[in-house]
Design a protein around this ligand. Structure first.
Ligand SMILES: Cc1cc2nc3c(=O)[nH]c(=O)nc-3n(C[C@H](O)[C@H](O)[C@H](O)COP(=O)(O)O)c2cc1C
Length: 484
């Protein structure tokens, strides 16, 4: 195991202090394509203490341009248009010249509450990426648990569990060369290792390398996400760590759908916080603080999520994806979560949602006042022309200014008309509508043939869903979730 002399000479106490207050309570877990601005803000609204971004691949975030988006009052990290391949440019052009948005932050609402998760396998790449975003986030986390092929083959995610020296070097570099001087904390998210001793050894190595908090997902690499997380092993590990590191922030993760069970587990283990991933999709109001407050009904949660998606000008396809995840429960461990019907009282179905080709129709299906949502966004507009976003957007060829709302621009024929407002809309995430549906239903909906943007670094993100826990077959996982 790596220990680092250089690290030991540096005083990390201020990072620890910040970590003590940041990494506690309930957090929205990092989830590719889900833990983006609208869900993060919704989680905070319901009482999450802090949130993680989705995993951002080091080289990908390093290649972005930081833009203050004055229309939305957000900080955006978009792909540098000059670094896009021709194919990607063509695709962006056919999508109203939307920039490739990698990260959007609401600096007001997310202040001191946002942990940026990086996917990295190399200290230098991690450092470059973290340096690029650090001024807008509260802390950096390294993903050491993702078992998908893309991560592991790139030496990232759970590959780091098998290479503790490299994992430690990444943390050590981040801590010494960036975070310590800035007094910002560093964490890692791991899975359980083969046995308790190995898990303990790995965690201790990360603590010595500079981690200020460690989140442990109660599954091992290769474990199926719909089989129950191993809470017994989590408890055993925490029972050994807590007395030895009384002031260190340990977080747990995996299947905490039930608020009573969750608080009992926390009280028993004296763990500092719990990360909620699928439970937050199951019902984002799971962050509500007390048992006295019942969960908000799912229709309302979806409506609020949709409202946020319009407000933050997400790509409607990304919003559609998350809503379908909220509706389908296909990833939920069937033993822990009662199967709930996927039809909603007002008649919304996955098929109806999938059929929507813009935000207006989605709002119609979900009875959301589109004008209110878009106004929420437009109210932030001071000047449409005088802002950095337009300047950056122009780099990818937008030339004409138009006064339509971003949503109206969605309908604009990109070949006949380009407009700066359209460039505000962003989101590189794509999926096919048929993804969620039975074969029969899939035939009835208009399948979006568009592929993901071809940027090599982003492409695998669209495969994440199936591969996150080794499920390559969507139909199989739908069957297991009793949807089929
Ligand atoms: C759609 C989806 C995307 C995920 N993406 C990430 C990710 O980007 N980084 C990460 O560390 N874990 C990721 N995970 C794993 C979750 O953070 C979490 O560890 C796992 O879902 C178990 O916790 P839960 O039972 O609270 O969902 C993802 C999980 C899901 C369902």
């Amino acid at each position: 195991m790596a220990t680092n002399d250089k690290n030991n000479n540096i005083n990390h106490s201020s990072c620890r202090e910040t970590a003590r207050s940041l990494y506690r309570g309930l957090a929205l877990a990092p989830m590719v394509r889900a833990s983006t601005t609208p869900l993060r803000i919704l989680a905070l609204h319901y009482g999450a203490d802090f949130t993680y971004t989705e995993e951002l691949i080091d080289r990908s975030i390093s290649q972005t341009i930081r833009v203050e988006n004055k229309h939305l009052n957000t900080i955006d990290y978009i792909k540098d248009p000059s670094k896009l391949s021709k194919k990607t440019r063509r695709k962006l052009q056919s999508d109203n010249n939307r920039p490739c948005l990698i990260l959007r932050i609401d600096p007001k609402l997310e202040k001191n509450k946002l942990v940026c998760q990086l996917g990295s396998g190399e200290p230098e790449l991690a450092l470059q990426a973290a340096t690029h975003v650090i001024k807008d986030v509260s802390a950096i986390d390294i993903n050491m648990g993702c078992p998908r092929k893309f991560s592991v083959s790139g030496g990232m995610g759970s590959a780091l569990l098998e290479d503790p020296d490299r994992a430690a070097r990444i943390l050590c570099t981040l801590k010494n060369d960036l975070l310590s001087p800035l007094h910002k904390p560093l964490s890692c998210k791991i899975r359980l290792l083969e046995n308790t001793q190995k898990t303990l050894d790995f965690i201790e190595a990360m603590i010595h390398a500079g981690a200020d908090a460690v989140a442990i997902h109660g599954r091992r690499p290769g474990h199926d996400q719909i089989k129950a997380a191993d809470w017994n092993s989590l408890e055993e590990v925490l029972g050994l760590l807590r007395p030895k590191y009384p002031d260190f922030n340990f977080l747990i993760n995996g299947d905490f759908y039930d608020r009573v069970e969750r608080s009992e587990f926390v009280n028993r283990t004296k763990v500092d916080g719990v990360l909620l991933g699928r439970p937050a999709l199951y019902n984002t109001s799971i962050f509500l603080p007390t048992q006295q407050q019942p969960l908000v009904d799912k229709t309302t949660v979806v409506q609020e999520y949709l409202h946020n998606s319009v407000r933050y000008d997400t790509h409607y396809k990304n919003a559609k994806y998350v809503i379908c995840e909220m509706m389908s429960h296909r990833r939920m461990p069937t033993g822990r979560v009662p199967y709930l019907p996927i039809s909603f009282p007002d008649g919304q179905t996955i098929a109806k949602t999938c059929n929507c080709q813009d935000f207006q129709s989605m709002c119609q299906v979900w009875n959301v006042n589109y004008s209110n949502a878009i106004n929420n966004n437009n109210n932030n507009i001071n000047s449409r022309e005088d802002n950095g976003y337009t300047a950056s957007a122009n780099k990818i060829g937008t030339t004409t200014t138009c006064s339509a709302t971003p949503a109206d621009c969605e309908k604009t024929d990109a070949t006949a008309h380009t407009c700066t407002t359209a460039t505000l809309a962003a989101g590189e995430h794509r999926y096919e509508d048929s993804y969620f549906l039975k074969k029969r239903e899939a035939k009835e909906v208009e399948v979006d043939e568009e592929e993901t943007y071809d940027d090599k670094l982003q492409q695998p993100r669209d495969e994440e869903l199936d591969e996150e826990n080794g499920n390559n077959d969507c139909q199989k996982s739908l069957k297991r979730a009793k949807i089929l």
